[in-house]
Design a protein. Structure first.
Length: 76
């Protein structure tokens, strides 16, 4: 059994979760902007689909927090 070398840098974590969080967040922001555009351009309210897609924004934010917590360094 080998012990880890404390002076050796840790390997970088995969960035997949980070990129997924960014994608969800920006899709949600785009849906929110689209809701304002639809409201300004038409007399009716935006459709349910835009409201559901806008929920991607907080999901992306939560995923980014999870990524930050998982990739953070442990205190000694």
């Amino acid at each position: 059994m080998t012990t880890p070398n404390p002076g050796r840098p840790r390997t970088a974590q995969p960035k997949g979760l980070f990129y997924t969080a960014l994608a969800f967040f920006f899709v949600g922001v785009a849906a929110i902007v689209a809701m304002f555009v639809v409201s300004a351009a038409t007399d009716g309210p935006p459709g349910l689909a835009l409201y559901l897609v806008a929920l991607a924004c907080p999901v992306g934010f939560v995923l980014a927090i999870v990524y930050a917590l998982r990739s953070g360094r442990r205190s000694r």
